[in-house]
Design a protein around this ligand. Sequence first.
Ligand SMILES: [Zn+2]
Ligand SMILES: [Zn+2]
Length: 346
Amino acid sequence: MKAAVFHGPRDVRVEEVPKPKAGKGEIVVRVLRCAVCGTDKRIFVHGQKNVVPPAVTGHEIVGIIDEIGEGVRGFELGRKVIIATVVGCGKCIYCRREQYNLCDEFTAVGYDYSGGFAEYVKVNARIVEQGNVILIPDDLKPDHAALIEPLSCVLNGQEYLNPQKGDRALVFGAGPIGMMHASALKAKGCDPVIVADVSDERLDYVAKFGVGTPVNTSKGDPAELILKTAGGEKFDVAVTACSVKAVQGLALKLVRKKARVSFFAGIPKDDPVLPIDTNHIHYNEISVFGAFSSNLKHYHEALGMVARGEIPADKFVTHKFKLDDILKAYATIEAGQGIKIVIDCE
Ligand SMILES: [Zn+2]
Ligand SMILES: [Zn+2]
């Protein structure tokens, strides 16, 4: 079969590799689509310690069950599925609470295990057993289903934010994750939903998708520009969906009493310390949350939202490339173009 094999930073080659076989407890999935995540691009550029070459990355996978190993129950050949990314150790306190993303020993599809930038992907017994192969409606378009994984991460973050109808919402970052946050906040009745970014090109999509009100914060004082766009009032929920430390401070400054703030995106490891006025948090009863990856329940929630058309999935997929052209997909992301880029592995 064909696979995009990562041999090292900036060295991905589409080549012939042996097609995987389903052993005991395993499932082989024929990949229809695998969307490209920001982390896939980061691995392509810099590599990552849990991706040991030669490796196949890609974790936003949609496919068809092609082979079912001995002992696997509850699946039929030919059914459409997505594969959840994170696999816990199964023993620790977090795994017993089904919080696999918080497991200290967690491993992941498309990182530790071969991923979806290939014609077939094998799901090992531990991953099948955890429930990571998720059946989806057969009539759900593969392009749309490829959005479920990133949306599940967004919904994990929003579980903490608990957005309510009429809440005023602010999202920093108009990349795919920021746009998904904005659409989910909008779907939950937040009004207004302000999306701040420094790229007019990306902000154009905010209006085009109808997910919020764009504001370019590079054109003056960011706080002033945001408040002006929002009619002068502060926010009930704020999400930082860009890896910029200053934005975390800005988010805290721009929320009102009883607000919830998600530090959704990580920031560069070499400079993560932010001085904050903790009295501002104390007296105003502001809650600040982290969020990392997602859990199975968030996949099911995201699947429901995509299937019910609650996010503009058609618009989200701005670029699609064949597996042979995966380098073009990375180049497109590096050029800062598009929102969600999907690899067609059929
Ligand atoms: Zn992802
Ligand atoms: Zn664990």
